[in-house]
Design a protein around this ligand. Structure first.
Ligand code: NAG
Ligand code: NAG
Ligand code: NAG
Ligand code: NAG
Ligand code: NAG
Ligand code: NAG
Ligand code: NAG
Length: 276
């Protein structure tokens, strides 16, 4: 009896481990820009697009998970930008971007402009120049569970988001990435994350994040967690449902690799494209 239970639990554990190792990241969302235009099969544009992936390697001149690669001339030029979330390890970042290049080619087979988001990275390309272009929110995700007190939560969140926003925007050529934590009664800890692509100016980053913050009441009012994801910036927040300390802690100075935002628990994430 005892040993059959042991076998049962060992096999449960193995199944669990197997599931974990097989588990692959699935893209959060993608957008094929059907209104920009299409390229034809075997065109120079397609050839240039297919030449991109080898440039996303650790040898590339790359700053903090940001890649800015253009290939080709004139109307056949492909401009691409890739960005990993600021707390993602370099090897995971590269794997994510390279998967994104494959996924996006499959999902948008002939569009001249497209974008795809994973939890860990974003990849986009266009025949237009997209470097230094600040564009607003594109998709929302939220935790369907409500906070106990939406108005108190909104007040706390407004204050909390201000600091990561300011610090992310002021990151010069360095990563425009910041996280913050605060404990505001009656809530436990609230985590927040803000990031812009580093090609944005401070003004553009602030404006992109401000735009994202104004989307929160639309997507995520009183929710326990949410994300406003765009081509140029990202915003996330979540409540940690742990023990309350009752203290008003200032935000932590810098993100650690095991930052709680690394695995945002959004139990049954609901996704919506910004129709703006
Ligand atoms: C991008 O491609 C579209 C469709 O072919 C074209 O109308 C547009 O002018 C191109 N843009 C640039 C900057 O080349
Ligand atoms: C581009 O191709 C897609 C199908 O892949 C089609 O839905 C779309 O209308 C096309 N866009 C243009 C501008 O021709
Ligand atoms: C594109 O190129 C490949 C390889 O050269 C060829 O097999 C295929 O027939 C071409 N497709 C078109 C539509 O020209
Ligand atoms: C990014 O690419 C654009 C267009 O090719 C170029 O003008 C710019 O200098 C690049 N910036 C960096 C930091 O590589
Ligand atoms: C990339 O794809 C491979 C193969 O599908 C998968 O094993 C790996 O986990 C993916 N990496 C990321 C970061 O999603
Ligand atoms: C959250 O609150 C909204 C509005 O107050 C309500 O419609 C919704 O059913 C609530 N959701 C859950 C999961 O309790
Ligand atoms: C919600 O929080 C506000 C303070 O922001 C407080 O005045 C109000 O009484 C709280 N409501 C509930 C139901 O706890």
């Amino acid at each position: 009896m005892g040993s059959s239970w042991q076998i049962f639990f060992v096999s449960l554990l193995l199944t669990h481990l197997l599931t974990l190792s097989v588990a692959q990241e699935t893209p959060l969302y993608h957008i094929c820009s059907n209104d920009i235009g299409n390229f034809t099969t075997n065109s120079t544009y397609q050839t240039n697009l297919d030449r991109l992936p080898p440039f996303f390697t650790s040898n590339s001149k790359n700053n903090y998970g940001f890649y800015n690669v253009s290939i080709g001339q004139n109307s056949d030029k492909v401009n691409s930008i890739a960005l990993c979330r600021g707390d993602v390890q370099p090897n995971v970042c590269l794997s994510c971007i390279n998967n994104a290049t494959v996924e996006l080619r499959n999902r948008c087979p002939n569009q001249k402009e497209a974008v795809l988001w994973y939890d860990n990275c974003m990849f986009r390309y266009s025949n237009r120049s997209i470097y230094g272009e600040g564009s607003g929110a594109a998709i929302y995700m939220w935790n369907p569970y409500n906070t106990t007190n939406a108005s108190a939560f909104n007040d706390a969140l407004g204050t909390l988001l201000d600091s990561p926003k300011t610090r992310a925007a002021s990151g010069d050529s360095r990563p425009k990435f910041a996280t913050g934590t605060s404990a505001v009664l009656p809530f436990k800890t609230i985590y927040a994350l803000a990031q812009c692509t580093p090609d944005l100016s401070q003004l553009q980053c602030t404006s992109c994040l401000d735009d994202s913050i104004t989307q929160i009441p639309i997507c995520c009012n009183g929710k326990r967690g949410g994300r406003v994801v765009g081509r140029s910036c990202n915003l996330r927040f979540k409540i940690y449902l742990g023990m309350t300390t009752g203290s008003h802690r200032a935000e932590t100075p810098s993100p650690s690799p095991s930052s709680p935002m690394t695995s945002m628990e959004i139990p049954t994430a609901i996704l919506m494209e910004n129709q703006k």
